[in-house]
Design a protein around this ligand. Structure first.
Ligand SMILES: Cc1cc2nc3c(=O)[nH]c(=O)nc-3n(C[C@H](O)[C@H](O)[C@H](O)COP(=O)(O)OP(=O)(O)OC[C@H]3O[C@@H](n4cnc5c(N)ncnc54)[C@H](O)[C@@H]3O)c2cc1C
Length: 300
């Protein structure tokens, strides 16, 4: 049996074939995934991992697709969504969440429980898995600040509990995390005043509405912050605010974002990324490093 049929038979309604990735990415762009599945249980993960390994099929893990640009020619192999892994609970000073829980939901839960340490991550539109993978952060807080452990499996299907000290991390980078599928994470938080936490959460929510182009599809900041500076400042000063290619545009509201303002193709977005990079390099000699992740094949 071919692997698509095997996955369809096993996952039933939780397996989609030729699934357009504009449905699963916040850029609202991207060609089809050959196979798109929603594993939840250990048994389901074991099945998909074993099949990918024995048949030598590429395998990708997607959270909420809020940091990914998928090429117009799409994704070969298997793309696994964590969306069905959606349990979270507060236990004393600890918060435990499965990979597919929204980071913002976890922030809300922590604030409601009077636990501090994640409130400034409010509004980041990713999953727990994506937040751990990226060490997502905002307003001086990072996912790894309060992270205690990650529950994972490797691509051979072996379970692992990774402690924070096992995962060297820095700004938007976690060393070795690409060798694992993140199943969930535990956070150790600090008792704090409920009113103060609520205020901090509201403050960052307002700052996001005020500063970010949340009315248009994007995947947040395109580039990492260069040392001692901001990518958005360089892009703005280079006169690139509002620059467009096809349906993609450097946001007029926040020059660090590229927005899909009019049915942009992934290639429009990628070409605009390259143009911004080229002009910043030419004007300032600074090579902007991508924060967003490019997946699959892009057309001309
Ligand atoms: C409007 C907007 C604002 C944003 N603001 C911020 C911000 O303030 N700070 C910030 O850091 N980011 C920000 N982002 C970017 C993005 O939300 C974060 O990077 C987020 O952590 C990505 O999570 P995700 O679930 O969408 O991951 P995805 O985009 O789905 O995946 C990102 C990477 O993580 C991997 N991954 C995801 N889940 C797993 C898993 N379970 N196991 C193994 N690997 C996995 C994927 O394979 C991929 O390599 C913003 C995005 C948008 C659209």
């Amino acid at each position: 049996m071919d692997y698509k049929k095997e996955l369809s038979a096993f996952f039933k309604e939780n397996c989609l074939l030729d699934e357009p990735m504009d449905r699963h990415t916040t850029y609202r762009a991207g060609g089809p995934a050959e196979v798109y599945v929603y594993p939840k249980t250990r048994e389901e993960w074991s099945f998909v991992l074993k099949l990918a390994r024995t048949e030598n099929i590429p395998l990708r893990i997607i959270g909420f697709g809020s940091n990914i640009l998928v090429g117009g020619k799409g994704l070969s192999g298997i793309t696994c969504s964590t969306k069905r892994m959606n349990l979270a609970a507060v236990k004393g000073n600890r918060l435990v969440a499965e990979a597919g829980v929204a980071l913002d939901k976890v922030c809300e839960m922590s604030v409601e429980a009077g636990l501090g340490g994640m409130e400034k991550l409010s509004g980041i539109p990713g999953s727990i898995g994506g937040a751990v993978y990226m060490n997502a952060g905002a307003f001086g807080q990072e996912t790894f600040d309060c992270l205690e452990y990650v529950e994972a499996i490797d691509f051979e299907g072996r379970p692992a509990v990774l402690l924070k000290k096992d995962l060297p991390h820095a700004y938007r980078h976690v060393q070795g995390i690409e060798n694992y599928i993140i199943l969930g994470a535990g956070f150790l938080l600090e008792k704090k005043d409920f009113a103060e936490l609520t205020e901090a959460r509201h403050l960052v929510q307002h700052k996001r509405i005020e500063k970010q182009p949340l009315d248009l599809p994007s995947a947040g900041s395109v580039f990492k912050r260069p040392a001692g500076d901001y990518a958005s400042r360089l892009i703005d000063e280079a006169g690139l605010r509002g620059l467009s290619i096809g349906g993609a545009k450097v946001s007029e509201k926040h020059a660090g974002f590229i927005v899909n303002f009019n049915h942009a193709t992934p290639e429009d977005i990628k070409n605009l990324i390259e143009e911004v990079r080229r002009q910043v390099k030419e004007k300032y000699g600074i090579e902007l490093e991508l924060e967003q992740i490019l997946w699959g094949e892009f057309g001309a």
